[in-house]
Design a protein around this ligand. Structure first.
Ligand code: ADP
Ligand code: MG
Length: 583
């Protein structure tokens, strides 16, 4: 007898659940997307229990007719497409007909639904994929689905979940992206009694304000551009809002949150030299394209997309963001229509390009000049590690004694030293000094704060800030809850000015609220150092430069900034001799 068997539907659904439902956040995503597809104006996500014992999503959308309810739980049963041809033009968030049967296979699910105008609704209870109750019931119009005991019958999957704190964070991140994807819908998220956020449904700026707080909402540049078959709408952060993490970047294609490296890069390229090295821009951008030119059927979780004309789309995004930032209507004071670039002639000298690369610059793929590094990709970090090692080999682990010679705009300090000519990046160097200073203050109990004479009222306290309000005190901030979603800022880190401190607060909260608690402290300290360090373009008095060199020399790791880029490079005597033809 042959050994190959067709699996029974229950097993098939459990297998599929492995792809579609990887964690509680995937349940939230699938259920809320269904609610959006059902035309809901209000969607509520309610979680309960420390270990996310239950997830309830309720909506006031179209509901499911009684006779359709069992079908909704059949695999590949969907009301959203009806033929292969429809796959070429997906206009809904769902279309695979996999979510409900997959989630039901690995949890205990209750569904209550009623179509508007119908006399009665339907109640369905499913336990590990088996229907245990199916009856008529009274219900408000719309659909409410409760998922309990996720993965109770797949212990292996449950074991692979991260800590509940991390899972909670993932749920919040997912809800935030969903809310930003459909700012015309009022979406709320609550854990037990605590409401994390509730968007108004009154548009993108309002949603951003609810989620990220007013400081962020006030530091944005609107983007709006259209070309044949494509439209880009949304907001990008002013350079001062640039963040230490990539977390606050949301790109939506036809209202679907997607990860797309190529299109993300297009946004970075638009910033050009406006973006401080190693920093990440804030953006929420809605790209609307003809459904025919984008393939969303690439990934079971539908978080990846492919474009038939990717290059064109990337160029469009780059141009649209660039003209928002630099154009006449752009809001950045003093921004030039062309970012400052290295003169082309210098690029033909390989040694200088080498120097630039070591400073963290990277060649613009379009060949137009130099662009800031785009940060912490694995490959990037590895290269930086190697380069830092080279520098170390050049003059040992310690920072050499230097005498200051002069300043090269925007950020380079020239100095003479034991091996030759040294070039120090003033921002990177100062960042290192502050990073170590703050780290030791933190280890001794906390960063000193200064009380504000008049507390500042925060009209909207961001989702992230509410989650980390206590932790933030170690970093010198004091925020007190103050009625409905508002707060009072009572203290900021000593030595900061208020405007800078508000931007730092937004970035710091993003760091602290981010996924891995092990990285929190490091990225929070790096963020503080970066915000308070002397900026590119600021000139320092000679005495200040000398003091900076001294303090850098006293650091534990003087040769790299907290992001791993070099603080100093050296043009050795041998190199000079070779360049002057003496060797
Ligand atoms: P898909 O979204 O890919 O169609 P799902 O398994 O997520 O597949 O849902 C199956 C079907 O159940 C949907 O096509 C839709 O008709 C119906 N459905 C699911 N959730 C809702 C909801 N909240 N409101 C109305 N209909 C829903
Ligand atoms: Mg769906």
């Amino acid at each position: 007898m042959g050994r190959i068997k067709v699996l029974d539907p229950e097993t098939v659904n459990r297998v599929a659940a492995g792809e579609v439902v990887q964690r509680p956040a995937s349940v939230v995503k699938e259920l809320v997307e269904n609610a959006f597809d059902a035309g809901a104006a209000t969607v509520k996500v309610a979680l309960s229990g420390k270990e996310l014992e239950s997830v309830t999503v309720s909506d006031n959308g179209c509901g499911i007719a009684g006779e359709d309810v069992p079908l909704a739980f059949e695999r590949h049963a969907t009301s959203k497409i009806s033929s292969g041809a429809d796959l070429e033009r997906i206009e809904t968030l769902g279309f695979r007909g996999e979510a409900l049967p997959s989630i039901a296979a690995v949890s205990r699910m209750t569904l209550k639904t009623k179509v508007k105008g119908a006399l009665a609704g339907t109640l369905l209870e499913i336990d590990g994929g088996k229907v245990v109750k199916f009856e008529a019931t009274g219900a408000p119009s719309g659909t409410t689905i409760t998922v309990r005991d996720l993965f109770y019958n797949t212990p292996a999957r449950r074991k692979f979940l991260s800590s509940w704190k991390t899972e909670n964070t993932a749920v919040t991140d997912t809800a935030v992206r969903l809310a930003l994807g459909r700012p015309d819908v009022s979406l709320s998220l609550s854990y037990g009694e605590r409401e994390v956020f509730r968007t108004t449904g009154a548009g993108l700026l309002s949603a951003i304000n609810t989620i990220y707080g007013e400081t962020v909402a006030g530091a944005l540049v609107p983007v709006s551009a259209e070309t044949e078959g494509m439209r880009l709408e949304g907001f990008v952060g002013r350079p001062a809002l640039s963040r230490t993490t990539r977390r606050s970047q949301t790109l939506l294609v036809n209202s679907r949150y997607v990860k797309h490296a190529g299109l993300n890069t297009a946004v970075y390229l638009a910033y050009g030299t406006l973006l401080p090295t190693g920093k990440h821009p804030f953006f929420v951008l809605h790209l609307t394209v003809d459904p025919g030119v984008v393939d969303v059927n690439v990934h079971p979780q539908k978080s990846a997309v492919r474009f038939s004309r990717e290059r064109e789309v990337a160029d469009f995004i780059r141009g649209a963001v660039k003209s928002a930032l630099f154009g006449r209507t752009g809001l950045i004071p003093g921004a030039r229509s062309n970012p400052v670039r290295m003169p082309v002639q210098q690029r033909s000298l390989p040694e200088w390009s080498d120097v630039l690369r070591r400073l963290g610059g990277r060649e613009d793929p379009a060949g137009a000049g130099w662009q800031p590094a785009q940060g912490e990709t694995a490959a990037g970090a590895a290269t930086e590690g190697v380069l830092a090692k080279e520098e170390r080999a050049l003059y040992g682990e310690r920072f050499p004694a230097l005498s200051y010679l002069g300043f090269i705009r925007p950020t380079y300090l020239l100095a003479a030293g034991p091996e030759g000519l040294y070039i120090v990046d003033q921002h990177a160097a100062h960042e290192r000094v502050l990073f170590e200073k703050y780290a030791s203050a933190l280890a001794r109990g906390g960063i000193t704060s200064q009380m504000l004479v008049e507390p500042v009222v925060l009209d909207t306290v961001s989702v992230e800030l509410r989650a980390v309000a206590e932790e933030i005190e170690r970093y010198g901030f004091m925020v007190e809850p103050f009625g409905e979603g508002t707060g009072l800022l009572r203290a900021i880190p000593a030595g900061s000015d208020l405007d800078g401190a508000l931007l730092l607060l937004a970035d710091l909260t993003a760091c602290l609220a981010a996924g891995d608690p092990l990285d929190h402290e490091r990225s929070a300290l790096a963020s503080m150092a970066c915000h308070n360090a002397v900026k590119a373009g600021e000139s320092m008095a000679a005495a200040a430069v000398t003091a900076l060199f001294d303090r850098l020399a006293a650091c534990k790791e003087p040769l790299t900034c907290p992001h791993g880029r070099p603080t100093v490079i050296c043009l050795s005597r041998e190199e000079l001799e070779r360049r002057f033809g003496r060797r």
